[in-house]
Design a protein around this ligand. Structure first.
Ligand SMILES: [Zn+2]
Length: 152
């Protein structure tokens, strides 16, 4: 099922972890409209970057979220967030630097450059955090830093 021109429900709910553990990652009905809004935000990001982007993690059922070590009440479990990479554009850091000045324009609620356990990706959420200073941040194994910081 297509949510928008370039993003499908299958892509936004795919989970290697869920498959490996035999967990159901079907979103409940109330999450679907949020996934459409998420896909629309991803379309704006894709159009801005001018290249396809790949969703590495979108919706996560609470069980899948626990299995991947996601934080409780993660925006992923609400259908509000996606982790993305865009190899045709550059590293997650390059994507983050391109998108950070545009969060307002593109209605990106939260933009997090993440570098954890040897992997790097960009987390984008349709929901803005309570504190404006948390809107654009970098999270690594060393902790959280404001803005987009170069990853080691
Ligand atoms: Zn994420």
């Amino acid at each position: 099922m297509n949510l928008t021109a370039h993003f499908t429900l299958a892509e936004l709910t795919a989970s290697a972890k869920a498959r490996a553990l035999g967990l159901d990652n079907t979103p409940p009905a109330d999450v679907l409209p949020r996934l459409v809004l998420l896909a629309e935000m991803l379309e704006r990001i894709r159009a801005t970057l001018g290249e396809p982007i790949t969703v590495t993690s979108g919706y996560r059922s609470p069980a899948v979220n626990r299995a991947v070590g996601g934080i409780t009440n993660s925006d992923h479990t609400l259908g509000l967030a996606a982790d993305i990479v865009g190899p045709a554009v550059g590293t997650p850091y390059v994507l983050a630097k391109r998108l950070a000045p545009l969060v307002q324009t593109l209605c990106i609620g939260q933009l997090i450059l993440e570098g954890m356990r040897g992997k790097q990706w960009l987390h984008v959420s349709t929901r803005a955090p309570a504190q404006a200073c948390n809107r654009v941040i970098t999270i690594t194994d060393a902790g959280t830093q404001p803005g987009i910081q170069e990853l080691a």
